[in-house]
Write a protein that binds this ligand. Structure first.
Ligand code: ATP
Length: 349
């Protein structure tokens, strides 16, 4: 039995399903992300867990206890939203102490000080929200959510309003604090890198259902569906037709077991990640490799990304090389591409 259980959750708005039977079980102390595109039902799921929304069907349990009918303020959950939602007329310390006062916790000043230290704001307790940066305000919001020692922490896109560098710092901090406290946490995000970086497991949601629930590495390396593959990672989708033992892409043929089971002649998409494609200067000999022309070469920091137009059509394939070992292929270079056969996914279109 898990610690936080979502069982068969269904919810429609005006006849449109937002959740279509969501099952998700978190172990105690686990951080699970709900990842998916806008409108897939992530926030609805979180709001049902928090008690702000009622499910049409299904139950939420914490530690075996059914929360149906339990109001939000009796659920023992801490929540952090995208908007910082601090009380503007209270200092950081007073914001954190607010929940402690409601619960009549003793030694509120001591506890508030500990929480400020926990989120790295020990010296800023006297500041008002407008005197704090966005990232600092979100740290206060996190401390306030943790102050009441919730059984479950719910994070709804807590980093989305922050700029890139602050976002990365704060997500590492959230992960550190969550691990330190052993806090069972449900984290909603549409940012795949964020989900992969902070989670024990990632649940990829599409149209109100879980497409996959796995560790970040498995979601990335073994996507359970074309949707997951395309949502997680910049994935190339090259159109072709299935053949015995492989796929035909225009004039080229890829030999791969990934097309096994598909009828010969079926229209397919070959999904392959940019980093799973080898690239070399084309020798001029036809050895069956995919040949194309470099359109652009972009330095992205850790990787250098090339876009290559395949000969005989207008399909463009992106190829990443680690920048530290990148070979220079200026635009116009004719190159041979070698997608790693074990890393392909072939789906019917
Ligand atoms: P986003 O990342 O854009 O917030 P999401 O995955 O969190 O998206 P939800 O907010 O859960 O998605 O919404 C799922 C669907 O339910 C959407 O189509 C949305 O328009 C609809 N929806 C959510 N809340 C309501 C509401 N209170 N009234 C009507 N429709 C709603």
């Amino acid at each position: 039995m898990g610690y936080l259980e979502l069982r068969g959750l269904r919810k429609s708005f005006g006849g449109q399903p937002a959740l279509a039977g969501l099952d998700l079980v978190l172990e105690r102390g686990e951080l699970v992300s709900l990842l998916g595109p806008s409108g897939c039902g992530k926030t609805t799921a979180l709001r049902i867990v928090a008690g702000f929304e009622t499910a049409d069907e299904g139950v939420v349990r914490v530690d075996g206890r059914d929360l149906t009918g339990v109001p939000a303020n009796k659920r023992d959950m801490g929540m952090v939203f995208q908007s910082y939602s601090l009380f503007p007329n209270l200092t950081a310390a007073q914001n954190i102490a607010f929940g402690l006062r409601l619960r009549k916790v003793r030694d509120r000043a001591g506890r508030t000080g500990e929480l400020l230290d926990l989120v790295g704001l020990g010296h800023l307790g006297k500041r008002y929200p407008h005197q704090l940066s966005g990232g600092q305000q979100q740290r206060v919001a996190l401390a306030r959510a943790l102050a009441v020692q919730p059984r479950v922490l719910l994070l709804d896109e807590p980093l989305s309003a922050l700029d890139a560098k602050v976002r990365v710092n704060l997500r590492e901090e959230i992960r550190r604090i969550q691990t330190e406290l052993g806090m069972t946490t449900l984290f909603v995000t549409h940012d795949q890198e964020e989900a992969l970086a902070v989670s024990d497991r990632v649940g990829v949601l599409s149209q109100g259902r879980l497409e996959q629930l796995d560790t970040p590495a498995v979601v990335y390396r073994q996507p359970a569906s074309a949707f997951v593959a395309q949502f997680v990672g910049v994935t190339n989708a090259v159109l072709g037709t299935a053949e015995e033992g492989g796929v035909r892409l225009g004039a080229y043929r890829l030999t791969t077991a990934a097309a096994d089971g598909l009828a010969a002649g079926a229209a397919v998409k070959v999904l392959v990640r940019p980093e799973d494609i080898g690239i070399a200067q084309h020798s001029g000999q036809d050895n069956g490799a995919l040949v194309g022309n470099v359109l652009t070469q972009s330095f992205l920091g850790a990787v250098t990304r090339l876009s290559v137009r395949l000969d005989g059509g207008d399909q463009v394939v992106r190829v990443d090389q680690p920048s530290s070992r990148a070979v220079d292929f200026p635009p116009g270079t004719t190159v041979a591409l070698d997608p790693s056969p074990g890393r392909l996914m072939v789906v019917e279109v």
